[in-house]
Design a protein. Structure first.
Length: 296
């Protein structure tokens, strides 16, 4: 087998892993696909022979990581910047066992809350954390991508780990049926306009984020606190809308359909029986694209 064919076969073999790396690094399906295309161009032009590659998965992962790092740096992402009103692409699926493709993309710990926190990391922190903690790439290989010392790379991952620790959902909290019961209670209270019942299913420090793309909202795109979030939910509830149960990054969520058209995705983070985060996608074109897997 010639080298070009070997590289092509290894790239296709590891594509699910590479796509997962790119998604977790970039938070966008389109950007992730662009990164894979860019990585393949680099691989096809690489001055290296197949026999020299001892660990194809690791070698390919670091190339994709370098491409994603460059993309993040071009965005000029900084950890100190406030939330800019843009939510990462969610993985929307039917309410049931995940498909093999979704399982490869998400693994057990990549809930939407974690993906949102990843967006707040600096590019170097994100690369160090994603490659080491999520994909078990050794620090020396990551240090080579970052062009930093090994100790400095470990420090980057440690800082990132502290930032994302609060976003990880404990395994015992990932019971979708229990999450669904809380989400159903939220919608029942909103339907009845029962503010106290809404507050009762929200964590006191709940945060709600709304991403409507280019559409300007009449109220803040980010609100905090149970009573404020409850008041917004009560005002925003549309009785005529159909609520379809779906999963967003493996957690209970809802797809809002009006007149047969998907209009909104509502993703919930539920911990200890309370909603700690509510993330709303309201750009109709984006919602239609994201919801395609559950509309066919």
């Amino acid at each position: 087998m010639d080298d070009e064919k070997w590289f092509a076969e290894r790239f296709e073999e590891h594509r699910p892993r590479l796509r997962a790396v790119a998604y977790r690094m970039l938070g966008s399906f389109a950007d992730a696909e662009d990164a894979l295309q860019d990585a393949w161009l680099r691989i096809s032009r690489a001055d290296v022979r197949a026999a020299e590659i001892e660990n194809p998965a690791g070698w390919l992962t670091t190339i994709v990581g370098r491409v994603c790092l460059n993309a993040l740096r071009s965005r000029r992402t900084r950890a100190e910047e406030p939330w800019d009103g843009s939510l990462p692409d969610p993985v929307v699926a039917e309410d049931g066992p995940p498909t093999p493709e979704d399982a490869a993309l998400l693994a057990d710990d990549v809930g939407l809350a974690l993906q949102i926190v990843l967006d707040t990391l600096s590019p170097d922190e994100r690369l160090a954390f994603v490659l080491h903690d999520m994909f078990e790439v050794p620090f020396p290989e990551i240090a080579a991508v970052l062009e930093r010392e090994d100790a400095a790379t470990r420090q980057l991952a440690s800082r990132a780990r502290k930032r994302v620790s609060t976003a990880r959902i404990p395994e015992q909290q990932r019971d979708v049926a229990r999450q669904r019961a809380v989400v159903d209670a939220f919608f029942a209270a909103a339907r009845e306009g029962d503010l106290d019942a809404l507050v009762s299913v929200l964590h006191p420090d709940v945060v709600a984020r709304a991403d409507f793309g280019a559409i300007k909202l009449p109220r803040p795109a980010l609100v905090r606190g149970a009573r404020t979030v409850a008041q917004n939910a009560k005002i925003g509830y549309v009785p005529a809308a159909e609520l379809r149960p779906v999963l967003v990054n493996g957690a209970a969520a809802a797809l809002v359909v009006r007149d047969g058209r998907p209009t909104t995705i509502m993703a919930f983070t539920v911990v200890d029986g309370l909603i700690t985060a509510l993330d709303i996608y309201g750009d109709p074109d984006r919602v239609r694209e994201l919801a395609t897997p559950v509309l066919s």
